[in-house]
Design a protein around this ligand. Sequence first.
Ligand SMILES: [Zn+2]
Length: 385
Amino acid sequence: MVRRIYIIYHEDFRLHSIELAHPENPARFDLGLEGIRGLAGIVSGRRVRLIEPPTGSLGIFKRVHSSSYVDWISSILRSRKTLWLDSDTYVSSGSIDALSRLAGAVQRAIVLALRGESSLILGRPPSHHAGFNGRAMGAPSQGFCIFNATALIGSILSKHGKTVIVDFDVHHGNGTQEILYNRGDITHIDIHQDPSTTFPYTGYPDQIGDGEGRGTKINIVVPPISGDDIYLDALRLVEIILDYIKPDFIVASAGFDAFRGDTDAVLSNVGSKFYYMIGRLLSAKNKIAVVTVLEGGYGDGLRRGLPAYIAGLLGVRKYPLDPMSYSSRGAWKLYWEYKRHLINNIIENSKIMLPEEYVREYQYNKWRTIKSNIRRKHRRARKRR
Ligand SMILES: [Zn+2]
């Protein structure tokens, strides 16, 4: 249970910026902070505390990236030049200040977590597409990410207790997955949009980890234009896995870009309900602390999804939520296909034991029941309109 949350934020995170229009820009904080301020009056100020991180050494990222990559990036940062690492990812004169604060924020979040306190790093640039040497798993770019704070926090906390990473950005956390692919001591669950339709084009259910890590990477694929109904079904599987593992620490790789209308780049139809519910779930299923790292989210996702998630973490009752959104039959069908592959993979390759009734439900594939449920939900949604 999360009693209070420390929001780790510093104005230096804004110094990573470029003059050209770019979706990953400092104005994202205006949206996120507006969302958090909106919690005033709903949540006591004592339960959401804003704190500033110190600066930290970039060397800490060598725990999850190659030395040569960290040294190379550090030398670029020290030159304080603006340049593009690839077609999506830039560094600017102030990036060294932002990333030094990110290193400090990681350290602060870990100290807090070991004391049983939960936190949210409201930082930039994001993390989860940054792999061991930069680009991960054959992705066309680093997707705005430079160093992977998510993998780093997960990696450090796993030395202190059972740790699960839950990534709910609409894009697959390919960097995190690559870095942890052979690690058996940390489970990485990732809910994301169908990789055949969006960046980074990875995260299929058969990417399960290798060596000791075999079976510890769980990729839950949702089709484009999925509504809350499919996302909540995905959440049920997350719940079952967390119930089995009983983690001490949960690291949330939190993107809010599945929120409807958040960005032009993806087409999702998720509202605040999903973010609230995942907050509640992570809050209920950790034994010591939840550490959240901000990933994507470029519009309404930050303004409305982020505060809903925090309200869920804090177990706020009567939080005003958007009405449920429902998915089309075609989306459900595709989702079910992916889920069937995933469940098979979990049964065959993972130590995770799924409850019998859950497996039975998918094995006998009550597709007919699901179809009639979908029809019923659509009827209900039509009536409300
Ligand atoms: Zn994203």
